[in-house]
Each structure stands twice: as C-alpha cells, then as structure tokens.
Design a protein around this ligand. Structure first.
Ligand SMILES: Nc1ncnc2c1ncn2[C@@H]1O[C@H](COP(=O)(O)OP(=O)(O)OP(=O)(O)O)[C@@H](O)[C@H]1O
Length: 259
C-alpha cells in the first residue's frame, strides 16, 4: 500500500464570464488511502471540474483539497492523471511518450527507457515501445496513457472517463486490467464515469453527483469481492437502487446513457 488519502472540504466552483455557471456547490468528500472511489453522474454535473480541482489543475472558488494533509493548489508529483483522450505526442514513439514525466523529473536516459518499458509491460504492451501512437488502436493508446501516468509512480491516480472512447469489449478488458494493476500495487484511485455498470464493477465506493450546481446526492459502498459480474444478486439490487436515484433526479435513462 502506498496510497494517500484526499480530503475535499466545502469545495464550490463558479465559472466566471458572461453567463456564470455554478459547477459545484459545497462538496465534502474523503477518499481513504488505497480506496477506489468512482464519481458517477450525468454529463454536466461537475465530475470533471471536481477531478481537475483534486488534481490541482483548477482552483476551487471556495474550499480546499488536501492530499495526505498537504493542500493541493497546483499539479503535484504524487498525483497521476488519465483523461479520456490520452493526448500522446504523434511524433514521439510510444516509449518516449511514456518517458515524458520521467524526463520532467530529470531521470537519466537509460533509466527512463527501462522504467517506460517496465510500465508498458505492466499494461500489456511489451512490444509497443518503438511504435508510433498512430500504429496503435484506441484501446492500446489508452493503455499507453495509463502507463505514462503510472511511470512516475504517483500515490494517487485520478481518471476522467478514461475508457469512454473505446468499444465495449475493450472497455471491459481495460476495466479488468486496471483492477489487476490496482490489486498489485494499491494506490488511491478516483475514477469519473457516467456508466453505472462501470461504477459497480470498479468501485469500493460510488459517489453520485447531481447537477445544477453539482452536489453529492448519495454514496454507496460496494461490499462485494472482485472480480464482479453484474449477474451477482447483491449487485443487481445496488444497480436498481442507483438507477432509481438517478431517475429521481429526472435526468437518466436506463442502461447508463444520459439524455
Ligand atoms: N471552463 C469552463 N468555463 C465555463 N463553464 C464550464 C467550464 N468547464 C465546465 N463548465 C461548466 O461547468 C459544468 C460542469 O462541467 P463538467 O465538465 O465539470 O461536468 P461533467 O460532469 O464532467 O460533464 P461531462 O461528463 O460531460 O464531462 C457544466 O455546466 C459546464 O458547462
């Protein structure tokens, strides 16, 4: 276990400009060391805003975020971030993309190579190092994004719809691989999705956000062993409960697609 916990206290965010948008209001959230928390909610409820604030990529209008007791006000070496679009540099090989954070950290070239290769192996791409991103599938590129985030050995992984752009089967495989990586080296994970099934398969705890402004409506513990299948009766009940709560907010259609 090498994770660190987050404490989000009274976080609100209002985007300025012509039409003010209250994206978040009064978010209080604790994520324990080594815990896998999923932020679930429809499009526009402030999931990305909250994740970016936790990553130090944005400042809240009010409130604070602490990681291991230290306030987060800017990007932090203890935090790795994975977005839906892995944004790989097309002119760099896959290996050199994974090396990016290590370059910034000043690691010597030979060591960078070795660490990048080690992390490509970890995500199931042992032979991809000398290829270019365009030679990989979408799912493989997303794995490279994960390898890049893990290569600097962050204590915490923040993931914003990381599997949102890949096909269903690839998505299931990536979920499985992520859980394997997490089990091998447990670190704190905060994972954003609007997919109820994905939340149930992955999370220790599901945090449901509702929009206008984004607030925490409810949280659920998912006390089932992994790997989980949605056929598990305990999970079917939970799934129904989450959908019922979403329907209460009048903004959801069954099977996880926001209107
Ligand atoms: N840079 C910005 N400037 C102004 N408004 C913004 C900005 N970023 C987000 N918003 C607004 O804040 C609200 C929350 O957006 P956010 O992207 O955090 O939600 P989300 O739940 O992650 O949505 P999605 O699932 O579609 O990514 C939305 O109303 C959005 O339009």
């Amino acid at each position: 276990m090498n994770g660190q916990g987050f404490t989000v206290t009274g976080v609100s965010k209002t985007y300025g400009g012509a039409g003010e948008v209250r994206a978040l209001d009064g978010i209080d959230l604790t994520v324990g060391e080594g815990e896998f928390v999923v932020l679930l909610g429809r499009s526009g409820c402030g999931k990305s805003t909250l994740l970016e604030i936790m990553a130090g990529l944005q400042r809240p209008t009010t409130g604070t975020v602490r990681l291991g007791g230290r306030e987060i006000t800017e990007p932090d070496e203890r935090i790795g971030v994975v977005f839906q679009d892995p944004s790989l540099y097309p002119w760099r090989t896959v290996g050199r993309n994974v090396e990016l954070g290590l370059e910034l950290a000043g690691l010597p070239k030979g060591r960078r190579r070795a660490v990048a290769q080690e992390h490509l192996e970890l995500v199931g791409l042992p032979d991809a190092g000398n290829k270019y991103p365009r030679q990989l599938s979408g799912g493989m590129r997303q794995r490279v994004g994960i390898a890049r985030a893990l290569a600097t050995r962050p204590d915490v992984l923040l993931m914003d719809e990381p599997f949102g752009a890949v096909d269903h089967l690839t998505r299931l495989q990536l979920q499985h691989d992520l859980l394997r990586l997490w089990a091998e080296d447990t670190r704190t994970v905060v994972f954003v999705t609007h997919d109820v099934a994905e939340a149930i398969v992955l999370a220790d705890r599901i945090v449901l956000l509702t929009p206008g402004p984004g607030r925490i409506a409810r949280t659920w513990d998912v006390p089932r062993p992994r790997p989980r299948t949605l056929g598990d009766p305990g999970l079917t009940a939970l799934r129904e409960e989450i959908y019922a709560q979403l329907e209460d907010t009048g903004t959801w259609e069954k099977e996880g697609q926001p209107r």
